[in-house]
Design a protein around this ligand. Sequence first.
Ligand code: NAD
Length: 259
Amino acid sequence: MNLSLEGRTYVVMGVANKRSIAWGIARSLHEAGARLIFTYASERFEKSVRDLADTLEGENNSLFYECDVTNDEAIIQTFENIQNDVGVIHGLAHCIAFANRDELKDEFLNTSRDGFLTAHNISSYSLTAVARASKPLMSEGGSIITMTYLGGEQVVQNYNVMGVAKASLDASMKYLANDLGKHNIRVNAISAGPIRTLSAKGVGDFNQILQEIEERAPLRRPVTQEEVGDTAYYLMSDLSRGVTGEVIHVDSGFNIIGY
Ligand code: NAD
């Protein structure tokens, strides 16, 4: 089987800086020979995304587009632009989430209506919006992945509204997998263990969560961006051609631990 991604093009959404999980995914896909298309939330991120892409070794013909996923027009326009520029894509990594920082601590009970809607809009609905807009570009079949977390399956202290948004994201992923399977487009989620990123800093007591992984996860260590990236590579490659609607935990096994 050909495991190379040469000749294939993937959209990576959500690189903010070198710690971003999306950047780990971009590196793994690049190493496998893929062409990359980066989208970023606003002009503010453009330079750092371009600078990071410049550090990729070997042939680098990446493309860059601004795409704020709260804006339907922007999403449609972005994928029309990508279609005009490259024609076909073979997959998309959705690595986007946001919740108000003051709602990622204390009790979920205090979640505001606005905070609830914002978290679900950016972290969950955006997957459906980008799946719909990118579908015409995956005319040769494709693979969509999104990033989720254990806090969508079980109560994780302080994760609060983001956990509820991840539960919605996980369910959306399954419904999308069912809708898109007949077009040979697979949709899966990677449930990553905690990794110190810009977004993770917003979650209260994040250091304690990491410490618990070191003490109780079967592998007794946190996972790395690279490990998540390589699972994304698997999901983008033909190795996973029979897998869709699945949540793959890349979390040092922490999700199997009870009390
Ligand atoms: P990150 O802060 O590097 O990435 C989050 C990205 O979301 C940023 O690039 C940000 O610009 C983007 N974003 C926010 N609002 C947006 C908008 N309106 N339009 C477009 N983009 C927008 O953090 P990360 O940890 O790499 O997060 C990536 C994904 O991984 C998220 O879905 C997150 O929930 C998930 N995840 C993270 C962890 C962790 O511990 N870091 C664990 C499991 C899952």
